[in-house]
Design a protein around this ligand. Structure first.
Ligand code: SF4
Ligand code: SF4
Length: 206
């Protein structure tokens, strides 16, 4: 693990993280809620923005435990929710000409936390701030020029606050998806992508 006091980052606006073909821009249900409210989308429009990426291979319980965002049960199988991309791998909200995110203030938590990833340490009190481990993501090591040795050190308190916000959102999202998956299992609702989004719209109207 990199010492969190020595993590470096400045965004060079290269666009790699928004255009990499092999990077899924995962979204939590709270990201979806924020984007549909912020952009005033209707259900049809939201189906063009949020993609349900169905796993081709079956997942073991060990695979499922490792995932920070659990997959959603749909009529086509377990799926990861992510922002749509074009055929070249560009996120639907990336403006290539201006090199900028078109929904910067509304961008998903994974975009806000990139190039860092956060995990709770198991050997310390989970409620303690010091129990969070902070690293660069594997994707950042692969293609983010903003984390090289010439970049400025990142403020430690900023990182800890970001970690706390991210981990809380991921926990809330896990609970939300587990509830959805339970409802599907008990056949209380139909497992369509449209229904999944519809339920989030119902929250947005509360
Ligand atoms: S890959 Fe790194 S430097 Fe490039 S746009 Fe993304 S965060 Fe910024
Ligand atoms: S939402 Fe914005 S920051 Fe996130 S991948 Fe898309 S363009 Fe990039």
């Amino acid at each position: 693990m990199v010492n969190p006091n020595k993590l470096r980052f400045i965004c060079t606006r290269c666009g790699n993280c928004c255009t990499d073909r092999n990077t899924l821009v995962n979204v939590t249900y709270l990201d979806i809620l924020q984007i549909i409210k912020g952009l005033k989308l209707d259900l049809t429009e939201s189906l063009e923005i949020f993609g349900f990426n169905v796993f081709e291979n079956s997942l073991t319980s060990t695979d499922l435990k490792k995932m920070v965002i659990p997959p959603v049960k749909t009529e086509k199988g377990l799926a990861f929710l992510a922002l749509m991309k074009n055929d070249e791998g560009k996120c639907c909200f990336y403006d290539k000409a201006k090199k900028k995110c078109l929904i910067y203030e509304l961008r998903p938590i994974f975009c806000k936390s990139f190039p860092f990833t956060f995990t709770l340490s198991h050997d310390k009190d989970k409620s303690s701030r010091e129990s969070v481990e902070i690293r660069y993501t594997e994707k950042a090591k692969e293609y983010c020029p903003g984390i090289d040795n010439d970049s400025p050190l990142v403020d430690f308190n900023y990182l800890i606050d970001l970690a706390q916000t991210t981990l809380k959102e991921l926990r809330d999202n896990r609970s939300y998806i587990e509830l959805w998956n339970k409802e599907i299992k008990s056949k209380r609702i139909s497992p369509s992508a449209k229904n999944f989004l519809r339920k989030i719209f119902e929250i947005s109207e509360d």
